[in-house]
Design a protein around this ligand. Structure first.
Ligand code: NAD
Length: 261
């Protein structure tokens, strides 16, 4: 079955992995809803270029992933404009690096809301339509940190372990409805999120930028290379094909061998 004319909602798709995922689904002929923060003119430029380049419809919804009612409204927006939400990619995420005893409580709450609870709210809103149509794909962007921990990333590691559990639960609930639920667990992907955490890690570990890059980030990745956003996007597209219809409840690593150690 072709993905053409299906609808993909990708949260956190104004940048990084999400943007590459949205563009990859558009390339397959899917109408896409993009979401995330950023400068209005830059987002509009990206939205319009997706439509022009791939000949699909692209809409933008600025729902804040910390707000359950805005998340539900975003799913309703896609269902109203496109008639369905066939593919949901829960991808929005942020990072904050600090020892637990100094970790700001509001940062903990924000990371749990964006990196974990938002996926629950989006799934809760999108599942009834998927069940009724007996077809759906839910793909959660987890992380190698859904399988292993690193110091100073308590909220992120907790949220990502949580999303792996939510993925399994939803996969079991939807197994007989033609809806698969999986998560992708990248290692370090070169995106603004990685770039932004370098200064905090430098401070937390008293290291230079170069030391953080080589001794912290790529230290964990045996291939010594960053994953690319296009590689993650290609896996998300594959998980949406018929060839992947028996892959459900899986946590698929794309981490250059990190979690094999
Ligand atoms: P990024 O910073 O480039 O993109 C994050 C996206 O989320 C942006 O579009 C941003 O606007 C959006 N966002 C942030 N807060 C939001 C909110 N409250 N509401 C709506 N949107 C919001 O980061 P990225 O590296 O592309 O990360 C995407 C996902 O991949 C995250 O879940 C992250 O944890 C995961 N991940 C990233 C890496 C990596 O190395 N970059 C590795 C493993 C997993």
């Amino acid at each position: 079955m072709s993905l053409a004319a299906k609808t993909a909602v990708v949260t956190g798709s104004t940048s990084g992995i999400g943007l590459a995922v949205a563009r990859a689904f558009a390339k397959e002929g899917c109408n896409v809803l993009i979401n995330g923060f950023g400068e209005a003119a830059a987002i509009e430029k990206e939205r319009a270029s997706i439509e022009k380049e791939f000949g699909v419809k692209a809409i933008y919804d600025g729902a804040d992933m910390t707000k359950p009612e805005e998340i539900a409204a975003m799913i309703a927006h896609a269902e109203k404009d496109f008639g369905s939400v066939d593919i949901l990619v829960n991808n929005a995420g942020i990072q904050f690096v600090s020892p637990i005893e100094e970790f700001p409580i509001e940062k903990w709450n924000q990371i749990i809301a964006i990196n974990l609870s938002s996926a629950f709210h989006a799934m809760r809103a999108a599942i009834p339509g998927m069940k009724a149509r007996k077809w759906g794909r839910i793909i959660n962007t987890a992380s190698a940190h859904s399988l292993v921990a690193s110091p100073f990333k308590s909220a992120y590691v907790s949220a990502k372990h949580g999303i792996a559990g939510l993925t399994k639960t939803a996969a079991l609930e939807l197994a007989t409805f033609g809806v698969t639920v999986n998560c992708i667990s990248p290692g370090y992907v070169w995106t603004p999120l990685v770039e932004k955490q370098i200064p905090d890690t430098m401070k937390a570990r008293n290291m230079t930028r170069e030391q953080v890059m080589h001794d912290v980030l790529l230290a964990a990745q045996p291939t010594k290379q960053f994953v690319t956003v296009d590689q993650v996007a290609a896996l998300a597209v594959f998980l949406s094909t018929d060839a992947a219809s028996q892959i459900t409840g899986a946590n698929i690593s794309m981490d250059g061998g990190w979690t094999a150690e």
